[in-house]
Design a protein around this ligand. Structure first.
Ligand code: T46
Length: 133
């Protein structure tokens, strides 16, 4: 999958004097939502991810704080995206390598996923993912 297929998605925000409310329904993502999970209490200096998915598509959101997502495609292209807004999501297609790093203190990464958890969907060996190695 080419890195041009990653997308930043604006999540609808409902604002009033009591604060903001954002909602993710099926029309926000180009897949049926099958799972939601979140990463939190990530120690400073820790990396998460370090894999690609054969089928899974995901929307990543910095619900709180910030972190960087390093994305790589099979042809060696690389992009780094900073997520730091709870109403902005990063859509990662399948067959895209991702690493999450530089988590700020208190950062929470919410993930909305197109599939249930399936260990066999992961490619954790970069040499098996990359066509350049
Ligand atoms: C991704 C990044 C952003 C489950 O049992 N169910 C689940 O739904 C998930 C996501 C994980 N797990 C288990 C599997 C491992 O024993 O939780 C443990 C940690 O998972 P992992 O090492 O894959 O965590 P991350 O943060 O490296 O990766 C996760 C997702 O797995 C991955 O799809 O894109 O977050």
């Amino acid at each position: 999958m080419d890195l041009s297929n990653i997308k930043i998605i604006d999540i609808p925000k409902i604002t009033d004097v009591r604060g903001n409310l954002s909602v993710i329904e099926n029309d926000v993502v180009p897949f049926e939502i099958k799972r939601v999970y979140y990463l939190y209490d990530v120690p400073s200096g820790t990396h998460r991810g370090g894999h690609a998915h054969k089928q899974l598509q995901q929307l990543l959101i910095a619900i709180s704080g910030s972190f960087n997502v390093v994305l790589k495609d099979q042809n060696g292209a690389k992009k780094i995206i900073t997520l730091n807004k709870p109403n902005r999501g990063l859509l990662i297609p399948n067959m895209t390598w991702r690493e999450l790093e530089d988590f700020s203190s208190g950062a929470v990464c919410l993930v909305v996923a197109s599939e249930v958890y399936e260990k066999a969907d992961y490619i954790r060996d970069f040499s098996k993912f990359s066509l350049k190695v």
